[in-house]
Write a protein that binds this ligand. Structure first.
Ligand code: NAD
Ligand code: UDP
Length: 351
């Protein structure tokens, strides 16, 4: 138990579902640095305990970890019974767009059922603070950029729909019980890694996302990058996204927790874009990565990927105004940190 030096009261713990994953592990470090105590709950379906061991090395402390699934009500109930959980950061979920098209039922079950069970148990144990990982994918193909939080929501694949439905579920939950304090963070494109090079993104199989794919080309695991489309209406014809350093993203969670725990919390301001506000094209990223890694990144421009959009970047002003959070890391740092992780760990967490 930790004493909260502001009011001398004992401080409860944060339950971090999906805490062994890419964004989760980085967030654990930021939580630790900010003095928050946490318990990790993860079924390890897309991560490994090695990632948590590395976080333990970085923070110099053991991590309380419970292996379990968000759909497993009994295990969650036991967890809430045995620990004083004051709030939840809910990362757990499946996240691959393409896979969600192939396996929609698995995605709806894991992401939506998992969240429903978690919320039921939270309610049962009177834990009513939750921070949810949403995604810019809920904006679909935006009519303009930069995107503000009040843009229409519309998404094109089962993964995106799980995010959108969970957002709606959370809004309905609040309507039914206004003691719930809910923050929804809509992440743009998380990339990069912790500066130690000890933790980072470790995708299964062939990476779907741009940065891990480029990293594997740079390290010699893949021959070349296929750039999906060179004829978009962007400055160089390739797709433009808002890449955000995962450590900046992790800090946004700390700021959001501070906000949810403060008197300033207002449900009218509870959904935030978490991006830099800058758009970079695929070719911009290739160039920056080449500079950071000092490696050639061979590429071929191929046809557009189904479902892709030309441009997507955030207006992150609301997060700055309300949470006091702003991204600070540059595209150069994102590429350097990503390269350090990749070159130190060519096989990810596998030995
Ligand atoms: P990740 O796959 O690395 O981490 C998710 C973690 O959740 C994994 O450790 C996995 O084992 C665990 N998990 C999955 N289903 C579970 C279940 N039913 N019960 C318990 N644990 C379960 O993904 P990430 O990149 O760290 O993403 C974290 C969250 O952020 C996800 O909800 C994701 O949809 C969301 N998000 C990610 C991105 C991105 O590009 N990485 C962008 C927007 C939103
Ligand atoms: N992209 C690409 N080749 C790849 C992976 C991605 O050209 O192998 C492009 C993709 O078309 C998009 C950008 O890189 O313009 C970011 O794609 P990513 O899948 O990382 O994120 P998202 O599409 O979800 O924004």
């Amino acid at each position: 138990m930790v004493l909260d030096d502001k009011n001398g009261c004992s401080m409860s713990k944060i339950l971090v579902t999906g805490g062994a994953g890419y964004i989760g592990t980085h967030t654990l470090i930021s939580l630790h640095e900010a003095g928050y105590e946490f318990i990790v709950y993860d079924n390890l379906c897309n991560s490994s305990q090695e990632a948590l061991k590395r976080v333990e090395k970085i923070i110099g402390e053991d991590i309380e970890f419970i292996k379990g699934d968000t759909r497993d009500k009994k295990t969650l109930q036991k967890l809430f019974q045995n620990h004083d959980i004051g709030s939840v950061i809910h990362f757990a979920g499946l996240k691959a767009v393409g896979e969600s098209v192939q396996k929609p039922l698995e995605y709806y079950d894991n992401n939506i059922n998992g969240t429903l069970v978690l919320l039921e148990v939270m309610k049962e144990y009177n834990c009513k603070k939750i921070l949810f990982s949403s995604s810019a994918t809920v904006y679909g193909d935006p009519h303009a950029t930069p995107i503000t939080e009040d843009f229409p929501l519309n998404t094109t694949n089962p993964y995106g729909r799980t995010k959108l439905f969970i957002e709606e579920i959370l809004r309905d939950l609040y309507v039914s019980d206004d003691e719930f304090e809910i923050v929804i963070l809509r992440y743009f494109n998380p990339v990069g890694a912790h500066e130690s090079g000890m933790i980072g993104e470790d995708p299964n199989g062939i990476p779907n996302n741009l940065m891990p794919f480029i990293s594997q080309v740079a390290v010699g695991k893949r021959e070349y990058l296929s750039i999906f489309g060179g004829d978009y209406d962007t400055h160089d014809g390739t797709g433009v996204r808002d890449y955000i350093h995962v450590v900046d993203l992790a800090l946004a969670h700390v700021k959001a927790l501070d906000y949810i725990n403060s008197r300033a919390f207002n449900i009218q301001h509870s959904t935030f874009n978490i991006g830099t506000g800058e758009g970079y094209s695929v070719l911009d990223i290739v160039k920056a990565y080449k500079k950071a890694s000092q490696k050639e990144i061979p590429y071929k421009i191929v046809k557009r990927r189904a479902g892709d959009i030309a441009k997507c970047f955030a207006n992150p002003n609301l997060a700055k105004e309300i949470l006091g959070w702003k991204a600070t890391k540059t595209i150069e740092q994102m590429c350097l940190d990503s390269w350090r992780w990749q070159s130190d760990n060519p096989n990810g967490y596998k030995k």
